[in-house]
Every structure is written in C-alpha cells, then in structure tokens.
Write a protein that binds this ligand. Structure first.
Ligand SMILES: Nc1nc2c(ncn2[C@@H]2O[C@H](COP(=O)(O)OP(=O)(O)O)[C@@H](O)[C@H]2O)c(=O)[nH]1
Ligand SMILES: [Mg+2]
Length: 236
C-alpha cells in the first residue's frame, strides 16, 4: 500500500495565490509513490477563495482535494486544527495558501520522515543560504522566537516559525491543541518537544511576500509566540 501525505492549506482571503499554489502542489511528484491528499480550509474568506477552489476541484476530478469551509473567520490555528482532524494520511505537512514556500521541497522532508523515521521535521529557511528574507522585523523576530524555543525546550532549531512543519500523522493527531491564530507554531513545537522529541530540520527555499501582497502575520504575533512558548513550558 503506498503511503499518503496530507497537505493542510489554511486559507483566508487568498484568491490571488491559491490557484497558482494548488497547481504547484498537484505537480509535485512525491518519492516512494507517496499519494497526496490536499485539504483546503477556507476560514470564512470574504473574497472568492471558496468559489474558485470549488471550481478547481470540479476541474481536477482525479486529484484528492477536499475543501472544508468555516462559516466565520476563526484564525490560522483553528483552520489548521480542522485540517488535522480531517487528515487521513500517514504524514501531514502544513502549507500556506501563498507562494512563499516551494512545494517541490516536500520530498526532502518526506525523505526524513520515511527513511530516517523522524517523527517531526521542519523546513528551515535559514539553512538555505541563498534565501532572501522579508522584513527585518520578521527576520529578527524569527531569530528571537527560535532562540527562546531552543533555550526553553532544549532544541537546536534554526527556524522555529517556519510554515513547513511535517509530522508523523499519528503523533500530530495525538497532540491536544488549543491555538486559534498564529500560535499554532509555538504550541505544536512546545508540545512535541515536551514529549522528548528532537525536531529535525531540512533546508528549504523561501520567497517572502510583502504585506501589500497579502502577508497577514504582524510583529505582535511574535510577542504572542514567545508568550505561548513560556506558557506551555510551565503548563499543559
Ligand atoms: N485560516 C486562516 N488562515 C489565515 C488567517 N490569517 C492568515 N491565514 C493563512 O495563514 C497563512 C500564513 O499567512 P501569512 O500572512 O503568509 O503569514 P506567514 O507566512 O506565517 O508569515 C496563509 O495561508 C493565510 O491565508 C486566518 O485568519 N485564518
Ligand atoms: Mg505565508
């Protein structure tokens, strides 16, 4: 039986990029004959995201693509949790609905999950030297959040807030998550680390988008990430 990768795509007002992203994702040919399951969570978008994804699914009947809609916007964390609940794959990866990351990189992460039996693998934007970084505030914020993670949880990460987080599905489904917004990242990292798991990293490509192009995360989310890391260090 071939194994399956569930690709969770939380989407909020991403009509400009979602189709190009879906095209890239379905074009990727995964190692070991691994099958793909795309799960798009439309988180109450006010633009045409839901309609164009529905049309896309009708036009691609041979692909496994599920669209799940939240009636009202609940945040990236809630959308990601809905995706995790509905995932049926052996492995799960988180994919933003924009074009900042490169789906061809799934294979490097999958390779670690399949052949090294790593349970959790993150794609690091810092390990690929040619990558550009977006705003200095996001760059420094990412470094600080990563340093705090390493200090509090004994990890050796270079890029904690990366979107490309890949998991053994059973493990991820067993972790109770409370996040609603961008604190999915620190919460899942904290809870994985508290199980004594060392998170592995693989270099990945990164093409940052600007706030005008739709980037929604803000510096305040960095502060909230640090608060979340501290909170889960001392509570459950
Ligand atoms: N579901 C959901 N997704 C969101 C929300 N805000 C942002 N996103 C999605 O989260 C992803 C990441 O957003 P982005 O602004 O690029 O932040 P970054 O890549 O984490 O720096 C994108 O796919 C967005 O559509 C939200 O309120 N709900
Ligand atoms: Mg993004």
């Amino acid at each position: 039986m071939p194994q399956k990768l569930s690709i969770i795509i939380p989407s909020y007002n991403e009509e400009k990029t979602i189709i190009a992203l879906l095209d890239k994702v379905i074009r990727v040919c995964l190692i070991n004959d691994t099958q793909k399951e795309l799960i798009i969570i439309d988180d109450g978008s006010k633009d045409a995201t839901s309609r164009i994804v529905t049309e896309y699914i009708q036009n691609h009947p041979h692909e496994t693509i599920k669209l799940i809609s939240h009636d009202i916007n609940q945040g990236k964390g809630m959308a990601t949790r809905t995706g995790i609940e509905n995932a049926t794959g052996d492995f799960i990866i988180i994919q933003d609905a924009d074009l900042e990351y490169e789906p061809e990189d799934y294979n490097s992460l999958l390779f670690a999950l399949i052949t090294r039996h790593d349970l959790v693998v993150y794609g690091s934007r810092f390990l690929m030297k040619e990558n550009k970084h977006s705003y200095i505030s996001f760059y420094l914020g990412g470094l600080i959040v990563t340093a705090v993670t390493n200090i509090l949880y004994g990890q050796c990460l270079t890029d904690e807030p990366t979107c490309y987080k890949a998991f053994d599905s059973k493990l991820l489904k067993s972790i109770p998550l409370k996040c609603t917004g961008f604190e999915f990242c620190p919460e899942v990292t904290a809870k994985v680390a508290k199980q004594g798991i060392i998170i592995k990293e693989i270099p990945i490509h990164y093409y940052p988008r600007s706030i005008c192009e739709g980037k929604k995360i803000r510096w305040i989310d960095g502060l909230f990430a640090i608060w979340t890391l501290l909170k889960y260090r001392f509570t459950n």
